[in-house]
Design a protein around this ligand. Structure first.
Ligand code: AMP
Length: 531
Protein backbone atom coordinates (compact mmCIF):
# COMPACT_ATOMS: atom_id res chain seq x y z
CA UNK A 1 0.00 0.00 0.00
CA UNK A 2 1.15 3.49 -0.77
CA UNK A 3 2.50 5.70 1.97
CA UNK A 4 0.07 8.40 0.79
CA UNK A 5 -2.87 6.23 1.85
CA UNK A 6 -1.49 6.04 5.37
CA UNK A 7 -1.29 9.83 5.35
CA UNK A 8 -4.93 10.06 4.19
CA UNK A 9 -5.86 7.90 7.16
CA UNK A 10 -3.88 10.15 9.52
CA UNK A 11 -5.70 13.20 8.21
CA UNK A 12 -9.06 11.52 8.73
CA UNK A 13 -8.07 10.46 12.25
CA UNK A 14 -6.94 13.98 13.02
CA UNK A 15 -10.23 15.47 11.91
CA UNK A 16 -12.41 13.53 14.33
CA UNK A 17 -12.40 13.53 18.11
CA UNK A 18 -14.81 10.63 18.38
CA UNK A 19 -13.21 7.50 19.74
CA UNK A 20 -15.66 5.18 18.02
CA UNK A 21 -14.99 6.87 14.70
CA UNK A 22 -11.23 6.58 15.17
CA UNK A 23 -11.62 2.93 16.04
CA UNK A 24 -13.69 2.33 12.91
CA UNK A 25 -11.21 4.18 10.67
CA UNK A 26 -8.29 2.22 12.09
CA UNK A 27 -10.09 -1.10 11.80
CA UNK A 28 -11.04 -0.66 8.17
CA UNK A 29 -7.55 0.54 7.31
CA UNK A 30 -5.84 -2.38 9.05
CA UNK A 31 -8.13 -4.71 7.17
CA UNK A 32 -6.86 -3.48 3.83
CA UNK A 33 -3.18 -4.06 4.65
CA UNK A 34 -1.14 -7.09 3.70
CA UNK A 35 0.52 -8.87 6.65
CA UNK A 36 3.97 -7.34 6.16
CA UNK A 37 2.48 -3.86 5.99
CA UNK A 38 0.74 -4.12 9.35
CA UNK A 39 3.64 -3.61 11.79
CA UNK A 40 5.18 -0.57 10.09
CA UNK A 41 1.77 1.09 9.65
CA UNK A 42 0.75 0.54 13.26
CA UNK A 43 4.10 1.73 14.57
CA UNK A 44 4.08 4.89 12.47
CA UNK A 45 0.50 5.79 13.45
CA UNK A 46 1.27 5.43 17.15
CA UNK A 47 4.43 7.48 16.82
CA UNK A 48 6.98 4.89 17.81
CA UNK A 49 8.45 3.82 14.41
CA UNK A 50 10.22 0.87 16.07
CA UNK A 51 8.95 -1.35 18.85
CA UNK A 52 10.19 -0.37 22.30
CA UNK A 53 11.73 -3.75 22.85
CA UNK A 54 13.86 -3.33 19.72
CA UNK A 55 17.48 -2.63 20.52
CA UNK A 56 17.52 -0.15 17.67
CA UNK A 57 14.63 1.93 18.74
CA UNK A 58 15.89 5.44 18.30
CA UNK A 59 16.46 7.34 15.12
CA UNK A 60 18.55 10.03 16.77
CA UNK A 61 17.59 12.75 14.36
CA UNK A 62 17.40 16.25 15.78
CA UNK A 63 15.69 19.35 14.46
CA UNK A 64 18.92 20.75 12.96
CA UNK A 65 19.58 17.59 10.97
CA UNK A 66 16.03 17.55 9.68
CA UNK A 67 16.30 21.21 8.70
CA UNK A 68 19.39 20.43 6.60
CA UNK A 69 17.70 17.40 5.08
CA UNK A 70 14.66 19.40 4.05
CA UNK A 71 16.76 22.11 2.47
CA UNK A 72 18.78 19.49 0.62
CA UNK A 73 15.87 17.36 -0.56
CA UNK A 74 14.78 17.91 -4.12
CA UNK A 75 11.17 18.25 -5.20
CA UNK A 76 9.31 15.11 -6.06
CA UNK A 77 8.58 14.63 -9.77
CA UNK A 78 5.21 13.38 -10.90
CA UNK A 79 6.63 10.55 -12.95
CA UNK A 80 8.19 8.87 -9.95
CA UNK A 81 6.76 5.69 -8.48
CA UNK A 82 5.05 6.64 -5.22
CA UNK A 83 6.61 5.21 -2.04
CA UNK A 84 4.95 2.40 -0.15
CA UNK A 85 4.56 2.14 3.63
CA UNK A 86 7.02 -0.74 3.70
CA UNK A 87 9.64 1.21 1.74
CA UNK A 88 9.41 4.26 3.98
CA UNK A 89 9.79 2.07 7.05
CA UNK A 90 12.71 0.18 5.55
CA UNK A 91 14.56 3.43 4.84
CA UNK A 92 13.95 4.66 8.39
CA UNK A 93 15.36 1.41 9.67
CA UNK A 94 18.44 1.85 7.54
CA UNK A 95 18.85 5.33 8.98
CA UNK A 96 18.67 3.93 12.50
CA UNK A 97 21.29 1.30 11.72
CA UNK A 98 23.91 3.72 10.42
CA UNK A 99 26.68 4.20 12.93
CA UNK A 100 30.34 4.96 13.17
CA UNK A 101 32.44 7.47 11.29
CA UNK A 102 30.63 9.67 8.77
CA UNK A 103 27.28 8.43 10.04
CA UNK A 104 25.69 11.86 10.18
CA UNK A 105 26.33 12.49 6.52
CA UNK A 106 25.14 9.01 5.60
CA UNK A 107 21.92 9.43 7.60
CA UNK A 108 21.26 12.78 6.00
CA UNK A 109 21.77 11.36 2.53
CA UNK A 110 19.29 8.56 3.18
CA UNK A 111 16.73 10.96 4.56
CA UNK A 112 17.21 13.43 1.71
CA UNK A 113 16.48 10.63 -0.71
CA UNK A 114 13.38 9.73 1.24
CA UNK A 115 11.99 13.24 1.62
CA UNK A 116 12.73 13.94 -2.03
CA UNK A 117 10.13 11.37 -2.96
CA UNK A 118 7.34 12.77 -0.78
CA UNK A 119 4.69 15.43 -1.30
CA UNK A 120 4.61 18.40 1.11
CA UNK A 121 1.77 16.90 3.16
CA UNK A 122 3.50 13.53 3.40
CA UNK A 123 6.67 15.30 4.49
CA UNK A 124 4.81 17.07 7.24
CA UNK A 125 3.48 13.82 8.66
CA UNK A 126 6.77 12.00 8.31
CA UNK A 127 8.41 14.75 10.37
CA UNK A 128 5.77 14.25 13.05
CA UNK A 129 6.43 10.49 13.01
CA UNK A 130 10.16 11.01 13.32
CA UNK A 131 9.66 13.23 16.34
CA UNK A 132 7.32 10.65 17.86
CA UNK A 133 4.35 13.02 17.91
CA UNK A 134 1.87 12.18 15.16
CA UNK A 135 -0.79 14.34 16.89
CA UNK A 136 -3.68 12.40 15.39
CA UNK A 137 -5.25 11.39 18.67
CA UNK A 138 -4.47 7.69 18.52
CA UNK A 139 -3.34 6.50 21.93
CA UNK A 140 -2.22 2.95 22.60
CA UNK A 141 -5.69 2.29 23.97
CA UNK A 142 -7.46 3.40 20.79
CA UNK A 143 -5.04 1.38 18.69
CA UNK A 144 -5.71 -1.74 20.77
CA UNK A 145 -9.44 -1.24 20.18
CA UNK A 146 -8.85 -0.76 16.45
CA UNK A 147 -6.82 -3.97 16.30
CA UNK A 148 -9.51 -5.93 18.17
CA UNK A 149 -12.20 -4.65 15.82
CA UNK A 150 -10.17 -5.28 12.67
CA UNK A 151 -9.32 -8.83 13.69
CA UNK A 152 -12.71 -9.58 15.23
CA UNK A 153 -11.12 -10.74 18.49
CA UNK A 154 -12.00 -9.84 22.10
CA UNK A 155 -10.33 -6.66 23.32
CA UNK A 156 -9.08 -8.21 26.60
CA UNK A 157 -7.08 -10.72 24.61
CA UNK A 158 -5.41 -7.94 22.63
CA UNK A 159 -4.65 -6.06 25.84
CA UNK A 160 -3.19 -9.20 27.40
CA UNK A 161 -0.90 -9.70 24.41
CA UNK A 162 0.18 -6.09 24.74
CA UNK A 163 1.21 -6.68 28.36
CA UNK A 164 3.66 -9.29 27.18
CA UNK A 165 5.26 -7.89 24.09
CA UNK A 166 4.74 -4.15 24.31
CA UNK A 167 4.96 -4.27 20.51
CA UNK A 168 1.74 -3.02 18.96
CA UNK A 169 2.88 -3.82 15.43
CA UNK A 170 3.52 -7.44 16.22
CA UNK A 171 0.25 -7.77 18.13
CA UNK A 172 -1.75 -6.32 15.25
CA UNK A 173 -0.09 -8.66 12.80
CA UNK A 174 -0.62 -11.70 15.02
CA UNK A 175 -4.27 -10.79 15.62
CA UNK A 176 -5.01 -10.23 11.95
CA UNK A 177 -3.29 -13.35 10.70
CA UNK A 178 -3.81 -15.85 13.48
CA UNK A 179 -6.84 -14.47 15.34
CA UNK A 180 -7.73 -15.49 18.85
CA UNK A 181 -5.66 -18.67 18.95
CA UNK A 182 -2.47 -16.93 17.94
CA UNK A 183 -3.00 -14.12 20.44
CA UNK A 184 -3.44 -16.64 23.22
CA UNK A 185 -0.06 -18.07 22.30
CA UNK A 186 1.75 -14.79 22.98
CA UNK A 187 3.56 -15.02 26.28
CA UNK A 188 6.46 -13.76 28.20
CA UNK A 189 9.74 -13.04 26.37
CA UNK A 190 13.13 -12.77 28.00
CA UNK A 191 14.33 -9.18 28.53
CA UNK A 192 10.92 -7.71 27.78
CA UNK A 193 9.54 -6.93 31.25
CA UNK A 194 5.84 -7.41 31.91
CA UNK A 195 3.78 -5.28 34.23
CA UNK A 196 3.70 -6.86 37.69
CA UNK A 197 0.56 -8.44 39.06
CA UNK A 198 -1.07 -6.39 41.83
CA UNK A 199 -3.39 -7.02 44.73
CA UNK A 200 -6.62 -5.69 46.12
CA UNK A 201 -6.81 -4.39 49.64
CA UNK A 202 -8.59 -6.46 52.22
CA UNK A 203 -9.38 -5.62 55.77
CA UNK A 204 -10.36 -9.01 56.93
CA UNK A 205 -8.22 -12.16 56.98
CA UNK A 206 -11.17 -14.48 57.52
CA UNK A 207 -12.93 -13.06 54.51
CA UNK A 208 -9.80 -13.54 52.39
CA UNK A 209 -9.47 -17.17 53.43
CA UNK A 210 -13.10 -17.73 52.51
CA UNK A 211 -12.75 -16.02 49.14
CA UNK A 212 -9.66 -18.10 48.40
CA UNK A 213 -11.62 -21.27 48.92
CA UNK A 214 -10.75 -22.08 52.53
CA UNK A 215 -6.95 -21.99 52.24
CA UNK A 216 -4.53 -19.38 51.09
CA UNK A 217 -0.80 -18.69 50.86
CA UNK A 218 0.31 -15.82 53.06
CA UNK A 219 3.58 -14.07 52.40
CA UNK A 220 5.15 -11.11 54.15
CA UNK A 221 4.26 -7.88 52.37
CA UNK A 222 7.72 -6.36 52.31
CA UNK A 223 8.13 -2.67 52.67
CA UNK A 224 10.39 -2.34 49.68
CA UNK A 225 10.39 -1.94 45.92
CA UNK A 226 9.13 -4.40 43.35
CA UNK A 227 11.59 -5.83 40.88
CA UNK A 228 11.52 -8.25 37.98
CA UNK A 229 14.68 -10.12 37.09
CA UNK A 230 15.33 -11.52 33.61
CA UNK A 231 18.23 -13.88 33.17
CA UNK A 232 19.83 -15.79 30.36
CA UNK A 233 23.10 -17.30 31.50
CA UNK A 234 25.43 -14.49 32.47
CA UNK A 235 23.13 -11.79 31.12
CA UNK A 236 20.95 -10.40 33.89
CA UNK A 237 18.66 -7.36 33.81
CA UNK A 238 16.61 -6.00 36.67
CA UNK A 239 13.47 -3.94 35.99
CA UNK A 240 11.46 -1.73 38.33
CA UNK A 241 7.72 -1.79 38.86
CA UNK A 242 7.45 0.82 36.11
CA UNK A 243 9.53 -1.44 33.88
CA UNK A 244 12.59 0.78 33.73
CA UNK A 245 15.93 -0.94 33.68
CA UNK A 246 17.58 -0.46 37.09
CA UNK A 247 20.31 -3.08 36.69
CA UNK A 248 23.20 -0.66 37.00
CA UNK A 249 21.99 0.64 40.36
CA UNK A 250 21.70 -2.84 41.84
CA UNK A 251 25.00 -4.71 41.25
CA UNK A 252 24.60 -6.59 44.52
CA UNK A 253 21.21 -7.95 43.45
CA UNK A 254 22.73 -9.11 40.16
CA UNK A 255 25.48 -10.85 42.11
CA UNK A 256 22.98 -12.65 44.34
CA UNK A 257 21.06 -13.88 41.31
CA UNK A 258 24.24 -15.20 39.73
CA UNK A 259 25.28 -17.05 42.84
CA UNK A 260 22.04 -18.25 44.30
CA UNK A 261 19.68 -18.89 41.42
CA UNK A 262 20.43 -22.05 39.54
CA UNK A 263 18.24 -21.52 36.44
CA UNK A 264 19.84 -20.57 33.14
CA UNK A 265 16.82 -18.86 31.60
CA UNK A 266 14.41 -17.39 34.05
CA UNK A 267 12.13 -14.46 34.92
CA UNK A 268 11.67 -13.83 38.63
CA UNK A 269 9.33 -11.54 40.51
CA UNK A 270 10.19 -10.14 43.90
CA UNK A 271 10.86 -7.22 46.16
CA UNK A 272 14.06 -5.67 47.43
CA UNK A 273 14.33 -4.07 50.83
CA UNK A 274 17.11 -1.98 52.29
CA UNK A 275 18.61 -3.55 55.35
CA UNK A 276 19.50 -1.63 58.48
CA UNK A 277 20.57 -2.57 61.97
CA UNK A 278 19.58 -6.01 63.19
CA UNK A 279 18.43 -6.95 59.70
CA UNK A 280 15.39 -4.68 59.94
CA UNK A 281 14.20 -2.90 56.82
CA UNK A 282 15.23 0.71 56.40
CA UNK A 283 12.65 3.34 55.48
CA UNK A 284 11.54 3.42 51.90
CA UNK A 285 13.29 6.74 51.20
CA UNK A 286 16.68 5.13 51.81
CA UNK A 287 15.87 2.34 49.46
CA UNK A 288 14.94 4.86 46.79
CA UNK A 289 18.38 6.43 47.05
CA UNK A 290 19.76 3.12 45.86
CA UNK A 291 17.33 2.91 42.98
CA UNK A 292 18.09 6.41 41.78
CA UNK A 293 21.85 6.12 42.03
CA UNK A 294 23.52 5.56 38.70
CA UNK A 295 27.08 6.76 39.36
CA UNK A 296 29.37 5.68 42.18
CA UNK A 297 26.98 2.94 43.09
CA UNK A 298 29.63 1.02 45.04
CA UNK A 299 29.67 3.53 47.85
CA UNK A 300 25.95 3.11 48.45
CA UNK A 301 26.11 -0.66 48.16
CA UNK A 302 28.05 -0.62 51.43
CA UNK A 303 25.98 2.09 53.06
CA UNK A 304 22.58 0.74 52.12
CA UNK A 305 22.77 -3.01 51.66
CA UNK A 306 19.84 -4.65 49.94
CA UNK A 307 18.03 -7.88 50.50
CA UNK A 308 16.23 -9.72 47.79
CA UNK A 309 12.94 -11.51 48.50
CA UNK A 310 11.61 -13.64 45.68
CA UNK A 311 7.98 -14.67 45.48
CA UNK A 312 7.20 -15.65 41.92
CA UNK A 313 8.62 -17.16 38.77
CA UNK A 314 7.13 -16.32 35.38
CA UNK A 315 9.41 -18.11 32.96
CA UNK A 316 11.77 -21.02 33.20
CA UNK A 317 14.07 -22.62 30.63
CA UNK A 318 12.09 -21.56 27.57
CA UNK A 319 8.64 -21.99 29.08
CA UNK A 320 6.16 -19.36 30.25
CA UNK A 321 4.70 -20.18 33.65
CA UNK A 322 2.11 -17.49 34.01
CA UNK A 323 -0.81 -19.79 33.27
CA UNK A 324 0.40 -22.30 35.84
CA UNK A 325 -1.23 -22.19 39.27
CA UNK A 326 0.53 -20.17 41.95
CA UNK A 327 1.32 -23.27 43.98
CA UNK A 328 3.14 -24.90 41.10
CA UNK A 329 5.07 -21.69 40.39
CA UNK A 330 6.10 -21.51 44.03
CA UNK A 331 7.42 -25.10 43.90
CA UNK A 332 9.47 -24.31 40.81
CA UNK A 333 10.76 -21.13 42.39
CA UNK A 334 11.87 -23.06 45.47
CA UNK A 335 13.70 -25.52 43.26
CA UNK A 336 15.76 -22.90 41.45
CA UNK A 337 16.70 -20.48 44.20
CA UNK A 338 18.32 -20.66 47.63
CA UNK A 339 15.84 -20.90 50.42
CA UNK A 340 16.98 -17.69 52.05
CA UNK A 341 15.86 -15.74 48.98
CA UNK A 342 12.29 -16.98 49.26
CA UNK A 343 9.68 -14.70 50.79
CA UNK A 344 8.61 -15.75 54.30
CA UNK A 345 5.44 -17.68 53.79
CA UNK A 346 2.83 -20.00 55.27
CA UNK A 347 -0.14 -21.78 53.72
CA UNK A 348 -3.15 -21.90 55.98
CA UNK A 349 -6.89 -21.95 56.32
CA UNK A 350 -6.80 -20.97 59.95
CA UNK A 351 -7.60 -17.35 60.74
CA UNK A 352 -5.81 -17.25 64.08
CA UNK A 353 -2.66 -18.71 62.58
CA UNK A 354 -2.93 -16.05 59.87
CA UNK A 355 -3.36 -13.28 62.47
CA UNK A 356 -0.25 -14.50 64.28
CA UNK A 357 1.73 -14.47 61.03
CA UNK A 358 0.52 -10.95 60.34
CA UNK A 359 1.79 -9.84 63.72
CA UNK A 360 5.12 -11.51 63.03
CA UNK A 361 5.43 -9.63 59.70
CA UNK A 362 4.72 -6.32 61.36
CA UNK A 363 7.14 -7.02 64.20
CA UNK A 364 9.82 -7.75 61.58
CA UNK A 365 9.24 -4.22 60.26
CA UNK A 366 7.14 -5.06 57.20
CA UNK A 367 3.80 -3.73 56.03
CA UNK A 368 1.58 -6.74 56.48
CA UNK A 369 0.78 -9.79 54.39
CA UNK A 370 -0.08 -10.73 50.85
CA UNK A 371 -2.62 -13.51 50.47
CA UNK A 372 -2.35 -15.46 47.22
CA UNK A 373 -4.94 -17.84 45.91
CA UNK A 374 -3.29 -21.24 45.52
CA UNK A 375 -4.79 -22.06 42.14
CA UNK A 376 -4.43 -18.61 40.60
CA UNK A 377 -2.59 -17.80 37.39
CA UNK A 378 -0.34 -14.74 37.07
CA UNK A 379 -2.22 -11.82 35.58
CA UNK A 380 0.26 -9.12 34.58
CA UNK A 381 -0.66 -5.54 35.36
CA UNK A 382 -3.92 -6.51 37.01
CA UNK A 383 -5.26 -5.69 40.44
CA UNK A 384 -7.66 -8.43 41.42
CA UNK A 385 -8.95 -10.78 44.06
CA UNK A 386 -6.46 -13.54 43.35
CA UNK A 387 -4.02 -11.56 45.50
CA UNK A 388 -5.04 -9.54 48.53
CA UNK A 389 -2.87 -7.24 50.55
CA UNK A 390 -3.62 -7.30 54.22
CA UNK A 391 -2.47 -4.61 56.55
CA UNK A 392 -2.86 -4.86 60.30
CA UNK A 393 -5.93 -3.24 61.70
CA UNK A 394 -5.80 -0.81 64.59
CA UNK A 395 -8.09 -1.40 67.50
CA UNK A 396 -9.90 0.80 69.99
CA UNK A 397 -11.93 -0.16 73.04
CA UNK A 398 -15.28 1.51 72.60
CA UNK A 399 -18.58 1.58 74.42
CA UNK A 400 -21.91 0.57 72.93
CA UNK A 401 -24.34 3.46 73.48
CA UNK A 402 -27.18 2.33 71.21
CA UNK A 403 -28.13 -0.40 68.79
CA UNK A 404 -30.43 -0.71 65.77
CA UNK A 405 -32.79 -3.61 65.25
CA UNK A 406 -31.53 -5.95 62.59
CA UNK A 407 -33.39 -7.10 59.54
CA UNK A 408 -33.16 -10.06 57.18
CA UNK A 409 -31.17 -12.78 58.85
CA UNK A 410 -30.64 -10.61 61.90
CA UNK A 411 -34.30 -9.77 62.49
CA UNK A 412 -35.19 -9.80 66.17
CA UNK A 413 -31.68 -8.96 67.28
CA UNK A 414 -30.14 -5.65 68.20
CA UNK A 415 -27.30 -5.98 65.76
CA UNK A 416 -25.97 -2.69 64.51
CA UNK A 417 -24.02 -1.18 67.38
CA UNK A 418 -23.29 2.52 67.86
CA UNK A 419 -19.73 2.75 69.14
CA UNK A 420 -18.54 5.65 71.24
CA UNK A 421 -15.36 7.06 72.76
CA UNK A 422 -15.21 9.15 75.90
CA UNK A 423 -14.91 12.87 75.35
CA UNK A 424 -12.99 14.02 78.40
CA UNK A 425 -13.63 17.69 77.78
CA UNK A 426 -17.39 17.47 77.63
CA UNK A 427 -17.74 14.42 79.85
CA UNK A 428 -19.91 12.49 77.40
CA UNK A 429 -19.59 9.48 75.12
CA UNK A 430 -19.48 10.41 71.47
CA UNK A 431 -20.24 8.04 68.63
CA UNK A 432 -17.45 7.44 66.10
CA UNK A 433 -18.89 4.55 64.15
CA UNK A 434 -21.35 1.71 63.80
CA UNK A 435 -20.93 -1.93 63.02
CA UNK A 436 -22.86 -5.17 62.76
CA UNK A 437 -19.76 -7.21 62.04
CA UNK A 438 -17.81 -9.57 64.21
CA UNK A 439 -20.26 -11.34 66.53
CA UNK A 440 -21.50 -14.91 66.24
CA UNK A 441 -25.25 -15.63 66.19
CA UNK A 442 -25.07 -16.74 69.76
CA UNK A 443 -23.33 -13.54 70.79
CA UNK A 444 -25.96 -11.46 68.95
CA UNK A 445 -28.70 -13.12 70.99
CA UNK A 446 -26.85 -12.63 74.25
CA UNK A 447 -25.95 -9.01 73.39
CA UNK A 448 -29.58 -8.23 72.53
CA UNK A 449 -30.84 -9.43 75.91
CA UNK A 450 -28.09 -7.55 77.67
CA UNK A 451 -28.69 -4.26 75.89
CA UNK A 452 -32.45 -4.42 76.44
CA UNK A 453 -31.76 -4.57 80.16
CA UNK A 454 -29.72 -1.37 79.79
CA UNK A 455 -32.34 0.46 77.72
CA UNK A 456 -32.90 4.15 78.50
CA UNK A 457 -35.15 5.09 75.57
CA UNK A 458 -36.09 3.83 72.14
CA UNK A 459 -37.41 4.66 68.69
CA UNK A 460 -38.91 2.12 66.28
CA UNK A 461 -35.44 1.36 64.92
CA UNK A 462 -33.04 2.07 67.72
CA UNK A 463 -32.61 1.24 71.38
CA UNK A 464 -30.48 3.70 73.38
CA UNK A 465 -28.67 2.15 76.31
CA UNK A 466 -26.61 3.03 79.34
CA UNK A 467 -22.94 3.04 78.34
CA UNK A 468 -21.80 -0.17 79.99
CA UNK A 469 -20.65 -2.69 77.41
CA UNK A 470 -17.10 -2.32 76.14
CA UNK A 471 -16.03 -3.93 72.89
CA UNK A 472 -12.68 -4.09 71.17
CA UNK A 473 -13.19 -2.71 67.69
CA UNK A 474 -10.83 -3.25 64.76
CA UNK A 475 -10.87 -0.76 61.91
CA UNK A 476 -8.67 0.26 59.04
CA UNK A 477 -8.84 3.98 58.99
CA UNK A 478 -10.11 6.92 60.97
CA UNK A 479 -11.70 9.56 58.82
CA UNK A 480 -12.88 13.07 59.48
CA UNK A 481 -16.66 13.05 59.56
CA UNK A 482 -19.23 15.82 59.40
CA UNK A 483 -21.82 13.16 60.18
CA UNK A 484 -20.98 12.44 63.83
CA UNK A 485 -20.70 15.15 66.51
CA UNK A 486 -17.35 13.58 67.49
CA UNK A 487 -15.97 14.72 64.13
CA UNK A 488 -14.53 11.27 63.37
CA UNK A 489 -15.73 8.08 61.75
CA UNK A 490 -14.16 4.61 61.64
CA UNK A 491 -13.81 2.91 58.32
CA UNK A 492 -14.49 -0.84 58.14
CA UNK A 493 -15.15 -1.22 61.85
CA UNK A 494 -15.79 -4.70 63.26
CA UNK A 495 -15.99 -6.09 66.76
CA UNK A 496 -13.01 -8.26 67.63
CA UNK A 497 -14.23 -9.26 71.07
CA UNK A 498 -16.38 -8.23 73.95
CA UNK A 499 -14.21 -6.79 76.71
CA UNK A 500 -15.91 -8.27 79.73
CA UNK A 501 -12.81 -7.34 81.67
CA UNK A 502 -13.22 -3.62 81.05
CA UNK A 503 -15.64 -1.07 82.39
CA UNK A 504 -16.73 2.02 80.43
CA UNK A 505 -14.30 4.23 82.38
CA UNK A 506 -11.48 2.23 80.80
CA UNK A 507 -12.69 2.76 77.26
CA UNK A 508 -10.58 4.80 74.84
CA UNK A 509 -10.97 8.54 74.75
CA UNK A 510 -11.65 10.92 71.92
CA UNK A 511 -8.17 12.27 72.51
CA UNK A 512 -6.76 8.83 71.70
CA UNK A 513 -8.88 8.74 68.55
CA UNK A 514 -7.48 12.12 67.54
CA UNK A 515 -3.93 10.91 68.19
CA UNK A 516 -4.44 7.82 66.07
CA UNK A 517 -5.91 9.96 63.33
CA UNK A 518 -2.80 12.15 63.35
CA UNK A 519 -0.50 9.14 63.41
CA UNK A 520 -2.05 7.55 60.38
CA UNK A 521 -1.73 10.89 58.70
CA UNK A 522 1.97 10.90 59.42
CA UNK A 523 2.15 7.39 58.04
CA UNK A 524 0.36 8.46 54.90
CA UNK A 525 2.73 11.34 54.31
CA UNK A 526 5.59 8.89 54.11
CA UNK A 527 3.53 6.34 52.23
CA UNK A 528 5.10 4.39 49.47
CA UNK A 529 5.51 6.16 46.18
CA UNK A 530 5.43 4.24 42.96
CA UNK A 531 8.70 3.63 41.26
P1 AMP B 1 0.38 -1.94 46.48
O1 AMP B 1 1.51 -1.18 45.88
O2 AMP B 1 -0.06 -1.40 47.79
O3 AMP B 1 -0.73 -2.24 45.51
O4 AMP B 1 0.92 -3.39 46.86
C1 AMP B 1 1.53 -4.18 45.92
C2 AMP B 1 3.02 -4.09 46.10
O5 AMP B 1 3.40 -4.79 47.27
C3 AMP B 1 3.77 -4.79 45.02
O6 AMP B 1 3.94 -4.01 43.89
C4 AMP B 1 5.09 -5.09 45.68
O7 AMP B 1 5.99 -4.02 45.49
C5 AMP B 1 4.77 -5.16 47.15
N1 AMP B 1 4.97 -6.47 47.75
C6 AMP B 1 5.61 -6.66 48.93
N2 AMP B 1 5.64 -7.95 49.28
C7 AMP B 1 5.00 -8.63 48.29
C8 AMP B 1 4.70 -10.01 48.09
N3 AMP B 1 5.05 -10.95 48.97
N4 AMP B 1 4.00 -10.32 46.96
C9 AMP B 1 3.64 -9.38 46.06
N5 AMP B 1 3.90 -8.07 46.21
C10 AMP B 1 4.57 -7.69 47.31
Amino acid sequence: MRFSELIDLCRALESTTKRTEKRRLLASFLHRLSPEEVPPAVLLITGSIFPESDDLHVLEIGGATLGRVLRGARQRTLLEEPLTIVEVHRILKEVAKVSGKGSRRRKEALLEGLFGRLTPVEREYLIRFIFGEPRIGVSEGVMLEGIAEAAGVPLPLVRRAHMFTGDLGKIAQTALIGGEEALKGIGITLFTPVKPMLAEMSYDIEDVIRRHGGRTALEYKFDGARIQVHRKGERIRVFSRRLSDVTSSLPDVVEVIKERVSAEEVVLDGEVTAVGEGGRPLPFQDLMRRFRRVHEVEELVELIPLRLHLFDILYLEGRSLIDEPYERRWDLLSEVCDEELLAERIVTGDASEAEAFLEEAVRAGHEGLMAKRLDSDYTPGRRGKKWFKIKPAETLDLVIVAADWGHGRRRGWLSNYHLAAWDEEEGVFKVIGKTFKGLTDEEFGEMTRRLLRLKVRETPYTVYVQPRVVVEVAFNEIQRSPHYPSGFALRFARIKRIREDKGPEEADTLRRVRELYEEQFRYKAKMKIDL
